[in-house]
Design a protein around this ligand. Sequence first.
Ligand SMILES: Cc1ncc(COP(=O)(O)O)c(C=O)c1O
Length: 355
Amino acid sequence: MPRATTVYIDLSAIGDNIAELKSSLGDSRFMAVVKADAYGHGAATVAQYIEGMVDAFAVGFTEEALELRAAGVGKPILILEGPHSAADVELATKEDLWLALHNLSQVEWCLRYGSALSHIWIKIDTGMHRLGFSPAQLPVVRQSLLDAGCSNLTLMSHLAAAELPESPLSKRQLNQWREIVADWPNGISLCNSAASRLGLAAKDNWARLGYAMYGGLIKNMASNSALKPAMHFRTAVLAIRQIAAGESVGYGGHWTAQRDSVIATLPVGYGDGYPWSARNGTPIEINGRMAPLVGRVSMDMLTIDVTDCGAVEIGTPAVLWGQNPGIDEVADACGTIGYELMTRMTGRAPRCYDI
Ligand SMILES: Cc1ncc(COP(=O)(O)O)c(C=O)c1O
C-alpha cells in the first residue's frame, strides 16, 4: 500500500473562488496568477481547468509560460518579470506572450520587435521599490514603445501592503498611482487578491489574482469566509505509542510530556513540504479534533499528541492543512505565510486532483 501522505487539489474550489472573486471586480478583467507552479497547485492542470473562466494568465518568467503553452493553454500569458534577454522577447513574439517591462534594457530589446509584440505592460514603481520605472521615466518609455509600433500598452504597479489600505505606505502608493493614471490614456492594473477584495480593482482594466483564487485568506478580511481552500494536505497515522510524563519526543527533545501521553507518528515531514519551523502546538486535525504537534518535525515524520483525541490507531486519517486547520493558521504557527507553505511543496507527496 502506498504511503498515505497526499496533496489533494480541489479544482472545483478554484473555480468557485474565481466566481466569488469576480463579484468584487466590476468590469475589470481577471488575470489568474499561476506562477510558481500555480502556487504549488500544478500550473498546467490548473490553467487547463480554469482557462474558460479567466481572461489571461500571469507567470514569473518565460519558461513558466512555455510550460503552459506546451500544455495547450492558448489564452494570453503575462510575464511578470519581463524578458531576461532579447531571446525572451523573440519567444514572446512567437508564443504571443505579454511582457511586463521594468528596465531600459528590456525596452531596448522590445523596440527591435515593435508591433510583433501584441501587448506590453509597463511596470511603475509607486513605492514598493522592488521593480519598475520611476514615474519620471514613464513618458519617455511610453513614447519610445509607441514610436516602435507597440501600441497596446497597460500600466501596472504592485502594492507592498495591499491588505492594509490605510497604512502610510499604502496611502503613499495609492496617491502616487492615482496621480500617474490620471494622465495615462491606456489600460491600468494595480490590484492583487487583497486589493481586489477591498474593492480597489473596479478601476483596473486588469486585476491580477493569485492567493485568494487558491482559497488563501487575506488577513483580517471579512469576505474571506466565501473562499474555499483548494489544497488539502493529508496523511494517516504510521505508529502510535504511550509515553510517560517527563519523557521527551523527537530530535533534540524539544517537547517533554507533562502527563502520561499518547503520541501518534505521521509519515510526513519537511521533505514533503511540512515546515521544520512548525512550533509545538501547531494544530493537526485527527478524529475531528485538533491535535498539537509535539517535538521537532523530521524529514519524513512528525509527532502529535493524541491523548485527548479519542480512538486513534495506525491508519487513522489526519489533515495537515485544508479546511481545518486552514493553511493560514498553520503558517501563523510556523512563523511564515500561507503563500510560502503552498509554494514550497516538494513534490515528494503525490498530488491528486478532485473536480
Ligand atoms: C506583480 C504581482 N501581481 C499580482 C500578484 C498576485 O498576488 P496575490 O497572490 O496576492 O493575489 C503577485 C504575486 O506575488 C505579483 O507579484
